[in-house]
Design a protein around this ligand. Structure first.
Ligand code: PHB
Length: 391
């Protein structure tokens, strides 16, 4: 890495003992979907990341360059783009990855080439479980973390029978699996399950017909992005909402696209690690800055990008200068951020954070998120992850 000329001159005149950490040019590769059903998510993560660098970049003392690549949310494309970022662009760190499928595909490349990856969305449990790596740190959420506590919470509300629906890929399977574990452990019953082809389903009618006929008290789903918009609208137009309330992982009614869902989203209850209505000073400042820069409220995706940038700047401020030291320093990150107390568990490199249960309601300025419950932060179980301690 090149040291900047000004710092090099300064360094030459300073005594070795008092030398400050030299400023570096740090290159970040943003690997995000800019096309496909998750394109809007990728754009929001990038907007949050850029805001985080603007807000915290000075503390890093380094100049941070950004290169972007479109993963298309497709595992083979994501892997090819990761190779390019690592081998051709020689990035110091990668941030991003939205799809759990892409995270699974790039895991070995990242681990083998020892390039730090700050996961800014994909919840794939394996990446901080059996397939964990000192080079993978997650600033977003894990699929089990968001859904595990919701099973018990729903059963506590008196819901006995649930039908589940989700896209048939890693994230859908893991999110629904964790919900089902929590719900059945609390005494609930799963009366049916459907899996829809990922990125290929436009008509959810056949799946909704099965849910309607199942005798369920509630339907629980995971959908995100373009698929979430279609699903929520079709659930309503199919006449389901009045009879069987809709619950889910909170990406379903994300503030990023809830206005596109419109009245169909009203009354949906969901669990998530961030909503823009969280009441704390860090979030108020973030919402104000993000809205001023982008003309819309931030979403969970924006906060993943923002916090990923903050984690990187914290690692650089702590003296990290290259791939190895950045990866190590990321494992010790912690701060009070927009979602509340946020830290990395160095046993798995997954984030630890509270989970919010929220209802989409109509407010004065449109649809908004009413927080119904705050479920305490819990570190994920190690899940087969055995890493040397950070250090
Ligand atoms: C995932 O594939 O892990 C994923 C994608 C979109 C979301 C959440 C999780 O909103």
């Amino acid at each position: 890495m090149k040291h900047t000329i000004t710092t090099a001159i300064f360094a030459a005149t300073a005594s070795l003992a008092t030398l400050p950490a030299l400023a570096e040019d740090i290159t970040v590769g943003l690997l995000l979907p800019y096309s496909g059903v998750y394109a809007a998510l990728g754009n929001d993560i990038e907007a949050g990341f850029r805001l985080g660098i603007e807000r915290y970049g000075d503390q890093a003392g380094d100049s941070i360059q950004i290169v972007t690549e479109d993963s298309e949310a497709k595992p083979p494309v994501g892997l090819a783009k990761t190779r390019k970022l690592v081998l051709q662009d020689k990035v110091d760190v990668i941030a991003g990855v939205v799809s759990s499928g892409v995270l699974g595909a790039v895991r070995d490349m990242v681990d083998g080439s020892k390039v730090p990856l700050i996961v800014a969305n994909a919840g794939n449990d394996e990446a901080t479980g059996a397939q964990c790596s000192p080079y993978i740190t997650r600033m977003s959420f894990s699929n089990q973390q968001v859904n595990r506590p919701m099973g018990k919470w729903m059963h506590d509300q008196g819901i006995q029978k649930v039908f589940t629906i989700a896209p048939d890929y890693a994230a859908g399977q893991q999110m629904i699996g964790a919900f089902v574990d929590g719900f059945t452990a609390a005494g609930g019953e799963i009366v049916g399950q459907e899996w829809t082809p990922f990125q290929k389903t436009q008509d959810f009618g056949p799946y909704l017909a099965k849910a309607k006929a199942s005798g369920a008290d509630a339907v629980y789903v995971f959908y995100a992005g373009g698929e979430a918009i279609s699903f929520v609208k079709q659930y309503d137009s199919f006449g389901m909402k009045a009879d069987i309330p809709l619950y889910g992982a909170g990406f379903l009614t994300s503030s990023l696209y809830v206005e596109a869902e419109g009245p169909a989203a009203e009354g949906v209850i969901a669990a998530l690690h961030y909503v823009p209505t969280i009441d704390n000073a860090e979030n108020a400042a973030f919402v104000e800055a993000f809205t001023a820069a982008n003309g819309r409220l931030p979403s969970e995706y924006a906060v993943h990008g923002y916090d990923a940038a903050r984690a990187l700047t914290q690692a650089l401020a702590a003296g990290a200068t290259d791939r190895e030291t950045i990866a190590q320093a990321l494992r010790g990150v912690s701060f009070d951020g927009p979602r509340g107390a946020t830290s990395i568990d160095p046993a798995t490199n997954n984030i630890v954070q509270p989970i919010y249960v929220y209802e989409t309601v109509r407010g004065e300025a449109g649809l908004t998120q009413k927080v119904l419950a705050t479920l305490p932060a819990e570190a994920d179980p190690a899940g087969g992850c055995a890493m040397a301690p950070a250090g």
